[in-house]
Write a protein that binds this ligand. Sequence first.
Ligand code: SAM
Length: 281
Amino acid sequence: MNYRHAFHAGNFADVFKHALLVRILLYLNRKDAPYRVIDTHAGEGAYDLAREEADRTGEWRDGVGRLASVDRASEAGALLTPYLDLIGARDADGRPDLYPGSPMIAQKLTRPQDRLVFCEKHPEAYAALKRRFARDRRAKALDLDGWTALGAFAPPPERRGLMLVDPPFEARDEFDRLARGFSVAFGKWSTGVYALWFPVKDPRDAQALWDAVRTSGAQRALRLELAVAPPGDSGLTRTGLIVVNPPYVLGSEAFVLLPTLVRLMERTPGAGGYSIQSFGD
Ligand code: SAM
């Protein structure tokens, strides 16, 4: 297990994923009934972007580092404001004191009645995660395989909530594992919200995952993708999120958010793009 999210924290894929995660959680907050967030591949929880790992790749500069010019008065800016508030003040380079990963975003946006389960297998990342949430009695950090957690924690006792599946995609079989893991969890908990993150290196992998979701029995899903450069450019250029049982407003919010995120983070003007697909009502 070599992947360390500290090298990639705050990059364009994180900004895309986390901006959408914030919208999903705010929607879940509209009802008082408690819910649970299960983050199967949680990482460290939050990241100091001044640390050597983040500095070495500098990926955050083309992600969170590009958010300074967001116009909060615009429609997209209003949707991004809760995410920007979580990130907090940034220095002249656009670097925040601490970049919130998905666990910290969930911790900050959930209410006293909600519960949080974070799974992480990398020993150092797990130690950091456990330390960070030790004092929050609503949160449990577990040194547990995320693929096991996906099936084991569905359904949660609250029967409401979000399963975020954000694996590192180090191994070739992770698209298959994601499709199979989702299918098992969905079979046990068909009303949960599922957010499945993926990199788009070979579009056939993303399509196969979408096909698996379409044939899983799910009634509604959204497939959102954002590119910062055309295929063939160096490194990761395109990323996606499939949301099963998405909040009803998420599709229309994505039509506002994604063009703005592309404009902010594309490598050169006009090089990026986005796509939005859905099925169900
Ligand atoms: N969800 C995090 C966020 O948005 O801030 C980032 C997660 S990162 C993409 C993937 C994480 O999964 C890494 O921290 C890695 O150590 C962890 N990981 C890898 N294999 C795992 C497994 N089988 N079970 C749980 N965690 C795993």
